[in-house]
Design a binder for this molecule. Sequence first.
Ligand code: NAD
Length: 486
Amino acid sequence: MTSAETDLLARVPAQLFIGGEWVDAARGATFAVHDPSTGEVVREIADASPEDGIRALDAAVAAQDAWAATAPRERGEILRRAFELVQEHKEDLALLMTLEMGKPLAESRGEVAYGGEFLRWFSEEAVRISGRYGTNPEGTGRIVVSQRPVGPSFFITPWNFPLAMATRKIAPALAAGCTVVVKPAELTPLTTLFFVRLLAEAGVPAGVVNVVTTTSSGEVSAPIIADPRLRKLSFTGSTPVGQKLIAQAAEGVLRVSMELGGNAPFVVFEDADLDKAVEGAMLAKFRNIGQACTAANRFIVHESVAAEFARRVTERVEAMRVGRGTEDGVQIGPLIDDRAVAKATELVADAVERGARVLVGGNAVEGRGSFYEPTVVEGVVPGSAILREEIFGPVLAISTFSDEDEAVRLANDTEYGLVSYVFTESLSRGHRMIDRLETGMMGLNVGVVSNAAAPFGGVKQSGVGREGGLEGIHEYLSVKYTLIPA
Ligand code: NAD
């Protein structure tokens, strides 16, 4: 580790943040966070137990009324200051993310820019919470509709986007007037801890944001979710864990937002501009080392252009540099852990056994860290596990289709429905795809769709609710209607 890295890590708070104070876990436990490119321990931090989780909820509950009563303009200005502090500390945040998660530094900088935008966007939305006023059809009364903050909210975030998944939830909640408890992923908690210190510096009052880091996610989360004072649960992570959490939330009829798994189709029609399709494919597949819910999982390419598409992406993949995310020019960092490497290995082996061919890559990288080569496989046949499961690794799997109906059938043949990518130069075909694909989001001739101003979220087993856009703040508001006789 360099001295700059050691110095940065020493500045990351190592405790829980509860009621505006940095505190040790009640039982004094700690756990280690690792650099996936070396396996080295980078920091030892507090390991919360269930009583810490409830203490954090106590603090959020205690701060709720005052925060809801804080002027929307002031809430917005605090978020705006937080946005500016994130810009000031963008290099620290980016390096921290690379150290705990592994992605190349250039991508970490991209995430800081993206994650920061939620603070700016919702700083501007805080003052636009409005209702309506009207006369009922009978003319006997006035209908007043207002929007109130939902109340104390609990957030569980994943490891793949350590900053953006936190800001995408915290910013709209704070803008709406809700207080929060955040439980970041145990593999990447440092970015959240560093960010929350910036929130406090921006003027977020004590108790409005609380953080519990823990290796006992289930044990710490369950009592918080079961607590009748909690009003909202927002989760980003895998579908199986999301299903468990929805079941727990059902007990208290808790409002939930669920950003779950994806299995994005990337459809290339015969009339696509192949330059755009290849450019889009590289982004949609290899960004975040393939570890994104929005990562293209199934490349469904028209049979007349499949060979050319495969040749061009293979050429690009052969030139990719694999290494520690802090090294110049590295495009593929490590996967999050050895289990992720084993999963990519198994999926490729299964596809090959059923007849697919590896054009480049296809192996785990020997030595330190959890690396897997960027890979292209073609001729993937129906029934292969790689078409059903999230790969979550740098493997581009190509299968073919012969007409539009088949493309739609293949694209929709999944229980997920988060994002779809479509490449065609035909405007009418593009519009048909918007209607026909079962998806919460679509990239038409583009490989990345995420934007703070747009509603992010899925259909089917990819989840419920939307984050970002005009829609995002409504996840934290409840509608109240009052009738006043005329
Ligand atoms: P995960 O479901 O294993 O973990 C997500 C979070 O849930 C972590 O904080 C983890 O500690 C916690 N958790 C795990 N078990 C729990 C339990 N029983 N009770 C409470 N909390 C629990 O997912 P992951 O591996 O961290 O993230 C990858 C997954 O997240 C992928 O499926 C990916 O598609 C999905 N994801 C979705 C989006 C989206 O917006 N739709 C964005 C990013 C990631």
